[in-house]
Design a protein around this ligand. Structure first.
Ligand code: ZN
Ligand code: ZN
Length: 284
């Protein structure tokens, strides 16, 4: 491993799975979502010389991600860039191996960079949060930052996304300070990250079965619920036709519109936990 990049000291394989693990979905001709254990990676583009990877999976999933890419685009194909929705362990798990293997640039929001260059740790996951078994297991989740050294760059301030023409990044903080979603106005395609998700991520059974249900960001890792709500409202206003979320199956059409409406309307009940370390924090 390059010695200018390293994972946090608490980096480790997490034994968690779902029935979606290893399964890929062709969401659109140029958009493919693949589930690594319990998190989605997304390939955008349909030309083997011109595509990008959004997010970088769970720890120790580099071989899986490389084979997914080569199955879709042919052997020795590599993305033009890796775009990160945010830097949580389940979205950067294979990042260092992938950067080394593909020699590719990584882009993230400016406010996420301290968590990608080893400067700042995320808050500890909150295993006491209201929810299910995954919430309770979350104390084993890594929260120390990956350090990509100078292999990560900030996204252009004009909202454009490198190598993703037609897409703009939208700042959606709350789950993390520099969280982004990616939106293509032409066909109203939304790559959400964890701003909202389509599975109740705290519940082991629901994660295992990937039972579709709109949900706010994963509770055990979300410190700012006020910003999290504003970010969901921001995305609802875009009126997306299809949403590919960081966790759970893609959602589209009326079901998406109705689910988003419900989430915004009932955010405090659906998304915000009744109890937990990060609840009501901004009211002090
Ligand atoms: Zn996350
Ligand atoms: Zn996540």
């Amino acid at each position: 491993m390059d010695n200018d990049m390293n994972y946090g000291d608490d980096y480790k394989y997490i034994p968690a799975t779902s029935i979606g693990s290893g399964v890929g979905i062709n969401v659109l001709p140029d958009l493919y979502s693949h589930t690594v254990q319990i998190v989605n990676i997304i390939l955008v583009g349909n030309n083997k010389d011109d595509f990008v990877l959004v997010d970088a999976g769970m720890p120790e999933s580099a071989d899986e991600i490389i084979s997914v890419v080569e199955e879709r685009f042919g052997s020795n194909s590599r993305p033009k860039a890796i775009i990160l929705t945010h830097g949580h362990f389940d979205h950067v798990g294979a990042l260092i191996e992938l950067v080394e293997y593909w020699d590719v640039s990584v882009y993230a929001h400016e406010l996420e960079l301290p968590f990608l260059t080893g400067e700042k740790s995320y808050p500890e996951p909150d295993p006491s949060v209201e929810g299910g078994m995954v919430a309770k297991l979350s104390s084993m989740f890594p929260n120390e930052p990956v350090n990509l050294g100078n292999h990560v760059e900030k996204l252009p301030p004009d909202g454009s996304v490198p190598y993703m023409p037609g897409f703009n990044w939208v700042h959606t903080p709350g789950h993390t300070p520099g969280h982004i979603s990616l939106y293509r106005e032409d066909d109203r395609t939304l790559i959400v990250g964890d701003t909202f998700i389509t599975v109740k991520q705290e519940s082991l059974l629901k994660v295992l079965k990937q039972q579709q249900e709109i949900s706010g960001p994963p509770r055990y890792l979300t410190p700012d619920w006020k910003a999290a709500k504003e970010s969901v409202i921001k995305l609802q206003r875009l009126n997306p036709s299809v949403a590919i979320t960081g966790h759970g199956y893609p959602m589209s059409g009326d079901l998406l519109a109705e689910s988003l409406e419900k989430l915004v309307h009932d955010f405090d009940r659906i998304a915000v936990p009744d109890y937990g370390e990060y609840v009501n924090r901004d009211e002090h």
